[in-house]
Write a protein that binds this ligand. Structure first.
Ligand SMILES: C=C(O[C@@H]1C=C(C(=O)O)C=C[C@H]1O)C(=O)O
Length: 369
C-alpha cells in the first residue's frame, strides 16, 4: 500500500502535476494529496479547504493545493535506529566567513538597540545521488516525531523536510501553538542543561506568541518549558493554547508568522534585516505548510453501532500547520539545505556557525547515508 502511494506520486511527478506526501508527528498514516491540473492557486482569506505552502516573506502569496484526490496509507516500513550518527561535514571557508560576519552584524544591531533577537540563516548546496522519493522515505524512517513531507508543484519546485515545529493546530475553536527555540546537540543524555542565553531567547519567543494571539484567543494557557529532541538536536519548547474567536485563523496566522523563532523581535525590523543582509532568498524555508480547514468526521459516542446513525456524527474543522524548518529544495541533481539560528546580544559567532552545521545534519543524514 505504502509503495503504491510512492509510485502514484512518481507518476504524478513525471506528469508535471502537483502533489504532497506527508506524515504528521508520531502518526502511522502517510497522506498523499493530488491536484489534477498544474494550475497555481493561492489562498488569501484562509477559508478554503486544502494544503497550503507559504513563503517566509508574508508579503508574497501562499500557495494552495486543491485536493482532487486523497490517499491515506499506513507506513509499515522499518524504522532506522534512533541513535545519533556522526556525519562529517566538509566546511566551506567562504560560507563560514560570510555567516560569521552576518552574525556579527546581527549582534551589533542588537547592541545598537535596533532589535532584541534576529534569526540568521544560510543555504548549503549538496550534490545528490538519490531521488526525492527515496529521500522522503528516509525522512520517514529517521524522524518519526517530526512532520515529514515531500511537496511538489511544477511551477514552484520540489521541497522536502522533517520539521519539529508547529505553527498552529486548530480543532474547531481549540488552538494550540508552540514556542520552540534554543538548540543543543543531542548526545544521548537524558535531560540537557540550558544556559541563560537559550533560556532567555526561548522565553522571548513564548512571550511574543502569547501577546500576539491574545486579541483573538480566550483562556490562554502556557505550559511548562521542556526539552524536546529533534533528530540530533535538543530544543526548548513551551506549548501555548486557548479558545479562538470565530473565524480568527487568518488573523492568528498573520500575527504569528514569521514568529521570533525563525525571524526575530520585533518582526518588521528583523524581517527587513534578514532580507537585506542574508545573501540569498529564503523562499519557503521558515515559511509554513500543512492542512487548512480539513473536515474530520467525529462520532459523539464510542459505541460502534452509533456510527451508522447520522444523529451522532459531527464534522470537526481542523488545521495543522508546521513551520518549514530542517528542509531542503531539490533541483535536478542538487539539494539546497536551509539552516539558521537565533542571535541575541550574548551570541558567540563561531558557536552560531556550529549550530547551523549541527542543524544541517538533519537533512545531510539522509542525503549522505
Ligand atoms: C531557524 C531554525 O530553527 C529555529 C531556531 C532555533 C534556535 O535558534 O535555537 C531552534 C529551533 C527553531 O525554531 C532552523 O532549523 O533553521
Amino acid at each position: 500500500m505504502f509503495q503504491k502511494l510512492i509510485e502514484k506520486a512518481e507518476i504524478q511527478f513525471s506528469a508535471l502535476k502537483p502533489f504532497v506526501l506527508y506524515r504528521k508527528p508520531l502518526e502511522q498514516n502517510v497522506i498523499g494529496l493530488f491536484q489534477n491540473d498544474d494550475a497555481l492557486h493561492y489562498v488569501q482569506e484562509y477559508t478554503k479547504n486544502g494544503f497550503v505552502f507559504a513563503p517566509f516573506n508574508a508579503d508574497e502569496p501562499t500557495i494552495f493545493m486543491q485536493i482532487d484526490e486523497k490517499v491515506i496509507v499506513v507506513y509499515e516500513e522499518a524504522k532506522t535506529t534512533n541513535e545519533p550518527s556522526e556525519i562529517k561535514v566538509e566546511e566551506d571557508d567562504r560560507s563560514k566567513e560570510f555567516h560569521i560576519n552576518l552574525v556579527k552584524k546581527g549582534i551589533d544591531a542588537i547592541k545598537n538597540n535596533a532589535f532584541k533577537k534576529v534569526v540568521l540563516s544560510r543555504k548549503i548546496e549538496v550534490g545528490i545521488k538519490k531521488s526525492a522519493f527515496v529521500l522522503f522515505q528516509e525522512l520517514l524512517a529517521n524522524y518519526d516525531n517530526a512532520f515529514c513531507y515531500l511537496w511538489y508543484h511544477p511551477k514552484v519546485g520540489l521541497w522536502l523536510g522533517a520539521t519539529p515545529e508547529i505553527l498552529l493546530r486548530a480543532e474547531n475553536s481549540q488552538l494550540k501553538t508552540m514556542s520552540l527555540a534554543g538548540t543543543q546537540k543531542y548526545t544521548g543524555n537524558e535531560s540537557p542543561e540550558w544556559g541563560m542565553k537559550e533560556l532567555e531567547e526561548q522565553a522571548l519567543v513564548t512571550s511574543y506568541i502569547s501577546k500576539a494571539i491574545a486579541p483573538e484567543v480566550k483562556q490562554l494557557k502556557i505550559s511548562e518549558t521542556t526539552s524536546v529532541r529533534a533528530g540530533n538536536l535538543w530544543h526548548l519548547r513551551t506549548s501555548v493554547s486557548g479558545i479562538m474567536n470565530n473565524n480568527a485563523i487568518h488573523s492568528i496566522i498573520k500575527a504569528l508568522h514569521p514568529t521570533p523563532a525563525v525571524c526575530g523581535l520585533p518582526k518588521k525590523e528583523t524581517k527587513a534585516f534578514v532580507i537585506a543582509h542574508e545573501n540569498y532568498n529564503r523562499e519557503f524555508y521558515t515559511g509554513f505548510l500543512g492542512e487548512l480547514n480539513f473536515k474530520e468526521e467525529q462520532f459523539r459516542s464510542g459505541n460502534r453501532r452509533n456510527k451508522e446513525n447520522q444523529a451522532y456524527k459531527t464534522i470537526k474543522n481542523t488545521s495543522s500547520l508546521y513551520v518549514n524548518l530542517r528542509c531542503m529544495q531539490v533541483k535536478q541533481d542538487k539539494a539546497y539545505i536551509y539552516v539558521g539560528g537565533g542571535i541575541t546580544k550574548d551570541s558567540i559567532p563561531n558557536k552560531e556557525w556550529e549550530e547551523t552545521v549541527a542543524k544541517s545534519k538533519t537533512m545531510l543524514k539522509v542525503l549522505l547515508d
